[in-house]
Design a protein around this ligand. Structure first.
Ligand code: ATP
Length: 282
C-alpha cells in the first residue's frame, strides 16, 4: 500500500535520510520511532509531496483522488475560526463543498462536539489534533500520516488519540504511519515499528518482536521492596518505596508474581525506556 524504496535526502551537507525502505500494508498501523533529528519529518514531507527525495522512490497504491492525508509537525488550522468553519474552508481548498450535516459527521467521526462554535484557539491540543485528523481525512484518503501526534498531550489525551487512530484504521481500512520518540505510545498503537536514527532505519519488525528483544528498565513502586531476594539478585536499585530493575519485557509478569510471593505489595510498575539502550539492543 505504501512502499518506499531507498529514499535519501540531504539538506546541504546535512544527511537527513539515507536509503530508507519500507512496506506498509492496507489497514496497518506502523510507527516510526526516532529521537529529534532522526529524519521522521523529512520522510513524511517526501511521502506527502512537500519535498522531493534526492534519490529513491515511493508509491502509494490507491485509486482515490487524494491518496494520503497528513498532519506534518502541527495541524494546520485557522485559530480564529470555529471547528465548523475550519472544516468548510479547508474542504473548499480540497475542492469539496460540505453541507452542515457533513461537517457534523466529520466532527463526530473524530469524537469532537458538534455544538462548539467558538474559535479553535480555545481548543485543547488533543481537540486540535482531532480536528487536524478530520481535515486530513476529507476526500477519504486510503492512508494517513501523523507526525508526532502525541507530543504535548496528557496521558488521557494520549489514550483517547490512540483509541481514535485504532478505530479509524479499522473502520476505514486506513494505512496509518505515526512518528514519535516515545516507544510506550507507539507500541500501544502500532502493529509494526521502524526504528530510525541519523536518517537510517536501523531495525524493524512487529511491535511484539521489537519489544521482546529488548530489556527495559522498570520503576516499581511498592511496599516491602527491600525484603525481596529477587530484586537483590537482579541488582535492582532500591530506595524506600521504589525499585529500578532491568528485565526483558517478556519476563515482567513473572517478576511481579515473584515479588508478590515474597510479600511485596505492588502499587505501580512503569517502564522507563531509554531509546539509546533500545537501539543498542535490537
Ligand atoms: N530545511 C532544512 N534545512 C536544513 N536542515 C534540515 C532541514 N530540515 C531538516 N533538517 C535537518 O535534517 C535532519 C532531520 O530532520 P527531521 O526534521 O526530518 O527530523 P525529525 O526526526 O523529524 O526530528 P524532530 O522530531 O526534531 O522534528 C536534522 O538534522 C535536521 O536538522
Amino acid at each position: 500500500m505504501i512502499k518506499a524504496d531507498s529514499l535519501s535526502k540531504s539538506y546541504g551537507n546535512v544527511r537527513a535520510l539515507h536509503k530508507v525502505s519500507f512496506n506498509i500494508a492496507k489497514g496497518e498501523i506502523s510507527g516510526i520511532l526516532g529521537p529529534n533529528g532522526a529524519g521522521k519529518t523529512t520522510l513524511f514531507k517526501i511521502l506527502t509531496g512537500l519535498i522531493t527525495p534526492d534519490s529513491g522512490s515511493f508509491s502509494i497504491t490507491s485509486d482515490k483522488q487524494k491518496k494520503i492525508g497528513a498532519i506534518i509537525e502541527n495541524p494546520a488550522l485557522y485559530e480564529y475560526l470555529s471547528a465548523h468553519k475550519n472544516l468548510q474552508v479547508l474542504a473548499k481548498m480540497q475542492g469539496l463543498k460540505l453541507s452542515k450535516d457533513q461537517v457534523n459527521e466529520q466532527l463526530t467521526l473524530v469524537g469532537l462536539p458538534t455544538n462548539r462554535h467558538d474559535p479553535v484557539r480555545n481548543f485543547s491540543l488533543g481537540m486540535k489534533q482531532r480536528l487536524g485528523i478530520a481535515t486530513a481525512l476529507l476526500n477519504n484518503p486510503d492512508a494517513l500520516i501523523l507526525d508526532e501526534p502525541f507530543l504535548g498531550l496528557d496521558p488521557l489525551g494520549m489514550q483517547k488519540l490512540r483509541e481514535l487512530i485504532i478505530r479509524l484504521a479499522k473502520e476505514r481500512n486506513l494505512s496509518v504511519l505515526v512518528s514519535s520518540h516515545q516507544l510506550e505510545e507507539l507500541s500501544k498503537v502500532c502493529q509494526n515499528l521502524y526504528l530510525m536514527q541519523n536518517g537510517e532505519i536501523t531495525s524493524s519488525g512487529s511491535t511484539q518482536e521489537i519489544l521482546s528483544k529488548a530489556a527495559f528498565q522498570y520503576r516499581i513502586l511498592g511496599i516491602n521492596l527491600s525484603q525481596s531476594e529477587t530484586l537483590k539478585t537482579l541488582k535492582a536499585t532500591i530506595t524506600s518505596n521504589t525499585a529500578w530493575v532491568t528485565v526483558a519485557r517478556n519476563d515482567v509478569s513473572a517478576l511481579i508474581q515473584q515479588l508478590v510471593n515474597e510479600g511485596v505489595e505492588i502499587l505501580e510498575v512503569q517502564p522507563e525506556t531509554n531509546l539509546n539502550e533500545l537501539y543498542a539492543q535490537v
